[in-house]
Design a protein. Structure first.
Length: 475
């Protein structure tokens, strides 16, 4: 409080609401406290000029909020071992909300210093350029591009820890004032651990800046740094929470995958599964429909939902549940695909898109009906070669009236049906890879699934997740 008085001539003090008398110029509540921050004039008979009254009020409110944040951080640090269970978690403000707060800080700083405009310039990640983050009162002009830090001498000096006051910018052109104003002051925006950028406050007239005014500009820069640092800390906390939720959804999806295939005479069934690297967007399923399909029918599906984070996990849950529900009641795979597509389209504001290969087998006759959506693919392979039965279709969930293929085959002894959740076009267009499938048909279903997954990893760019493949063989 003493440094503020030395800089401005005005005094700040903390007081209870009932202790504030009429000599106070302004007061503002301190968040999280029953006290208020009081601004007093140098003597009881003075008051801010009429034009500065609003700026003084905004400044007092801004400093009160900053003081409340500092007290909150101190309380959190001292009670980290026993945090208050009822304390509401901080939330990331929208960019518009943050901009509103920062604009008010810029305005109060510029008006209090009797300047025309103020602007925040932030460093990029490589610390080679400064870009305009926000401004108040700047003269209109075209798009303001990033400024190279190496040639911005005033900013470099400020970032080194020294406030720069340009009393007449025309006499010091090499200092590169970033806007067309006769005078300005530049101070660093920095936290305890990081340099963020610079604050410029511009004047419409040639003028000097005394130590009090320079110190006041540094207070404004500190408030801006506190706002930016708070937002970054809350965003990082939310990211960690989101990452935990993502891992929990992924683990739950992994536990829901079927492990033991049904036993059917004359058939072998397997899927490529790497439990550690399973993506929350990919899934597979097999089941014996209890209604709709004929006795002895086997339903197979493998899919991949697009997206990231928790949302893709939820889309995957919805897609697999819809596949199982519609697969139980509808016999034709293409009708199942249409029903799943309609379900995803109609039950989400942001329609999830994905790929899905689905097949229905009559295990007694070998008759096979199948369909596919998106980048999913179905291939039948044997010693003679490989046939791509279905691929490159409309994405699942893309349009409510999408049409999906209606394919029928009879799977002969020695043949394998291979369903891919998401197969790259580069593999489908590579005749050499398709020829390789011919030599793999003698392998058991489980080995064949793992060999194919390994081949795809070697040929296509790494994704961090193993390809999901179902292999069905008729012995």
């Amino acid at each position: 409080m003493r440094s503020f008085r030395e800089l401005t001539g005005w005094s700040l003090e903390m007081a209870q609401h009932d202790e504030i008398d009429f000599s106070a110029a302004h007061s503002a509540p301190v968040p999280g406290s029953e006290q208020r921050l009081v601004l007093r004039a140098p003597n009881e008979n003075s008051s801010p000029p009429a034009g500065d009254a609003k700026a003084a009020q905004e400044l007092t409110s801004a400093l009160a909020e900053l003081l409340g944040q500092q007290q909150k951080h101190h309380a959190v640090g001292s009670s980290a071992a026993n945090p208050a269970p009822t304390a509401p978690p901080a939330r990331v403000r929208s960019e518009q909300q943050l901009d509103k707060v920062l604009t008010a800080v810029l305005r109060s700083g510029a008006v209090t210093l009797k300047c025309a405009a103020a602007a925040i310039y932030l460093l990029d990640e490589e610390t080679t350029e400064l870009s305009l983050r926000l401004e108040w009162g700047l003269k209109p002009q075209g798009e303001r591009g990033a400024r190279p830090l190496a040639t911005s001498l005033a900013d470099l000096e400020a970032l080194a820890g020294h406030a720069v006051a340009l009393e007449d910018a025309s006499l010091l052109p090499h200092w590169r004032i970033p806007e067309s104003y006769p005078a300005g002051i530049c101070v660093p925006i920095s936290s305890a651990s990081e340099i963020l950028g610079t604050l410029w406050i511009f004047s419409d007239d040639v003028r000097d800046f005394n130590d009090r005014q320079t110190g006041f500009a540094e207070i404004i820069a500190g408030r801006i740094a506190a706002e930016l640092e708070r937002e970054a800390a809350v965003a990082a906390s939310d990211h960690r929470s989101s990452d935990r939720a993502h891992k929990e959804v992924t683990a739950w999806l992994r536990d829901q995958l079927p492990n033991v295939p049904p036993t059917l005479d004359g058939w072998r069934l397997s899927a490529s599964v790497h439990q550690k690297n399973i993506s929350p967007g990919t899934f597979y399923d097999w089941f014996l429909p209890s209604t709709g399909a004929k006795a002895g029918a086997l339903a197979l599906g493998v899919g991949n939902m697009h997206g990231s984070g928790v949302s893709v996990g939820l889309s995957t849950i919805a897609a697999r549940a819809a596949l199982r529900a519609h697969g139980e009641s509808l016999e034709e795979p293409w009708r199942v695909m249409e029903a799943v597509n309609e379900t995803l389209w109609s039950t989400s504001n942001q329609t999830p898109r994905g790929s899905l290969a689905y097949a229905l087998l009559d295990s007694q006759t070998g008759r096979l009906s199948l369909s596919a959506a998106g980048n999913a693919a179905a291939i039948i392979a044997d010693d003679a070669g490989a046939e791509v039965v279905a691929c490159r279709q409309a994405p699942l969930g893309g349009e409510p009236d999408a049409v999906f293929p209606r394919e029928r085959r009879i799977l002969q002894r020695g043949q394998s049906l291979i369903l891919f959740a998401d197969l790259a076009d580069s593999l489908l267009d590579d005749p050499r890879w398709l020829k390789k499938l011919r030599g793999l048909s003698p392998f058991p279903a489980d080995q064949l699934a793992q060999i194919l997954a390994e081949q795809i990893r070697e040929i296509t760019p790494p994704t961090g997740h193993e390809a999901k493949i179902i292999v069905l063989q008729r012995r």
